[in-house]
Design a protein around this ligand. Structure first.
Ligand code: UT7
Length: 333
């Protein structure tokens, strides 16, 4: 591939936050008919973090953002746009990004949300990269934050064992060195199969009512099996297409940071891409599936553990409700 003449977009700082309360598989086994053994063998999850009742998505997002600003050695005033990827906004409106802006104590910069479920953070990276390359912005704060515990039916064992709360943030900016940072992304969606993973009520199609609450339609609903099969195929194709587009081969990838939904999905992708599990960063045992927060949480963990080195190729790949999928290829700066 011909070297790009576009300005490079790099990650200048990373941060994350998870709530204090930990809910273990053992705890869940006292709430629904499940066991630590089933959850661990079918998903790989051991525990997850659950936000406090008065802790909103924007609280977690703002904490992750402050950590990312500190890591980038920047002040909030140096940010000129905030994008929050979430499916659990504080309220239907205004955007969670506006709440985060306020909590960071900054004014007069644009702020908006992106809804692409578990692919949200990668969608946001793609949007932010384009806006930085256009020259209109200098530093963009991108956050993936979720309070999935707020939309989980705690009586449904097929879903409540899977999810957790948390937030991850990245500061994106331009850099003069060509050919490094975010090399590119690929996004996909298929609205046809939306009903295998969705939250039926509370929107304009089915406004909240006593009947929708009685029917539990304000909770997330998923046909796990169907999602599983489509996820493996879509993530494999998405990852291969971004690698091919940039002429990077699987053996050149230092780390794959996949969406953390299920260890068996990650193992299937590892096999199909021909990239060993020793090069996949997996932390879902400690956090469960945190949707749009899962990739930035894992990235921050790998980065803080000193595992990511200059010039390493990183591949992010995700799949979620929509259905949506996405991949991002990075040459670490
Ligand atoms: O992040 C967005 C994308 N989401 C995902 O990627 C999730 C994708 N799906 C999955 O990860 C898996 O499908 C699950 C972990 C959700 C389920 O695993 P599975 O191997 O697909 O199980 P299953 O749904 O086929 O259920 C197998 C059995 C069923 O019992 P029967 O019908 O065989 O008697 C379930 O009722 O396991 C039962 N089961 C449980 N048993 C104990 C389902 N949930 C539980 C549970 N504890 N928590």
């Amino acid at each position: 591939m011909t070297p790009s003449t576009e300005p490079s977009v790099i990650i200048k700082g990373l941060g994350s936050y998870t709530p204090e309360r930990v809910l273990t598989n053992e705890d869940l086994s006292h709430m629904v008919d499940t066991s630590d053994e089933w959850i661990r063998t079918r998903t790989g999850i051991r525990e997850r973090h659950i936000a406090a009742p008065d802790e909103a998505t924007s609280d977690m997002g703002a904490k992750a953002a402050k950590a990312a600003l500190k890591d980038a050695n920047m002040s909030a005033e140096e940010i000129d746009l905030i994008i929050v990827a979430t499916i659990t906004p504080d309220m239907p409106f205004p955007s969670t990004a506006c709440f985060v802006q306020n909590k960071l104590g900054v004014k007069n910069i644009p702020a908006f949300d992106i809804t692409a479920a578990c692919s949200g953070f990668l969608y946001a990276l793609e949007v932010a990269s384009g806006m930085l390359r256009s020259g209109a912005y200098k530093n963009i704060l991108v956050i993936g934050a979720e309070k999935l515990s707020a939309i989980t039916n705690w009586e449904d064992r097929t879903t409540c064992v899977l999810f957790g709360d948390g937030a991850g943030a990245a500061i994106l900016g331009r850099c003069d060195e060509p050919g490094c940072g975010i090399l590119g992304g690929t996004l996909g969606a298929d609205g046809q199969d939306y009903s295998i993973l969705y939250l039926p009520a509370g929107g304009s199609a089915k406004p909240a009512s006593h009947a929708t609450v009685d029917a539990g339609e304000h909770f997330l609903q998923m046909q796990g099996n169907s999602v599983f099969k489509i996820a493996v195929r879509a993530m494999e194709q998405s990852a291969n297409s971004i690698l091919e587009r940039h002429g990077v081969t699987p053996d050149q990838i230092a780390w794959v940071i996949p969406h953390q939904a299920n260890n068996r999905i990650i193992e299937a992708i590892s096999q199909r891409l021909g990239i060993g599990m020793d090069r996949f960063w997996v932390n879902l045992d400690s956090y469960g599936n945190t949707s749009s927060a899962s990739i930035p949480l894992a990235l921050d963990e790998a980065y803080k553990a000193g595992k990511i080195k200059k010039d390493d190729y990183l591949l992010f790949v995700s799949f979620g409700a929509g259905l949506t999928w996405a991949s991002t290829l990075i040459k670490w700066h």
